[in-house]
Design a protein around this ligand. Sequence first.
Ligand code: SAM
Length: 317
Amino acid sequence: MDGYIKPIFAMPSIVKILRLLADETRLRLLLLLQGQELTVVEIQEVLGLGQSRISSHLAQLRQARLVQDRRAGKNIYYKPGDHSAHRELAAILEVSAREIPAAANDQKALQLILRKREDKAREYFNQLAGKFGRTYCPGRTWEAVARGLFDLLQPMTIADLGAGEGTVSQLFARRAKKVIAIDNSEKMVEFGSELARVHGFDNLEYRLGTMEDPPIPAGTMDLALLSQALHHSSNPPRAVAAAYRILKKGGRIAILDLLAHRFEQARELYADTWLGFSETDLLQYLEEAGFREIEIGVVSREGKNPQWQTVLATATK
Ligand SMILES: C[S@@+](CC[C@H](N)C(=O)[O-])C[C@H]1O[C@@H](n2cnc3c(N)ncnc32)[C@H](O)[C@@H]1O
């Protein structure tokens, strides 16, 4: 368990504290722990004393709540305790730092120890450089990165066209002014609306309709999103033109879809109408609709067969 363990001793008298401080080693210990936490082994290295002596001093200081400890894996870290915040104690330590000849050397040795700690971490990352992008990094999932970035978005009005049950709509709804999720499946709209209600999104509205003619007034949206939806459209150029229509001037479109592929079974397996789109197809739809500042590129490749590739096209009205 990580976290500082607070002993439940009564507050020691000032006499007890002064008695504890009347020892050079304990003063050196307290001076060392000012500003960082250290393990017994690190303290040992700095003070050049045996482990049992250090442990016994630390135990006494801990009892008086002048230090506290925290277990992290195999190590126990020590840092100043609740009672070390006394103004009087700070003054005593300040004078002691000047009076105890070994204290200055302790600080130099401490800097070495801290550098060693940093070197260990640096060495680890030095070895990983060049491979790190491809190596597993605990906690660094694409979901975490995407969620973090979603939270940085400016509040916008967003149309999610072919939204399904609204997995992406809900991510946007955390920050958006309003999200309108359009889908032509009654069940998706029903299920999505219920999900939005359960999750408390009152800025997420589902509407039954098609991406080729979405029930959204012209010139009202900041962003039109088609995420894995366009390849289901009966008329993709028309869907892109409809997205243009509902956008405000300066509004953006984002199409995430499969790059053109030859996996015919997708028609049966996923009810796909189109086997993805080439970058040229998307460019043509966007240009014909009147979009500018068009950018298109492959943003992900799956390792497993049929090795889907995802293409992202963005543009401005
Ligand atoms: C693969 S899902 C994608 C859902 C969602 N955009 C996502 O990324 O999770 C495709 C959705 O498009 C909807 N759809 C298919 N054709 C449509 C059309 N012409 N207009 C509106 N929605 C459509 C389907 O009902 C389905 O929910």
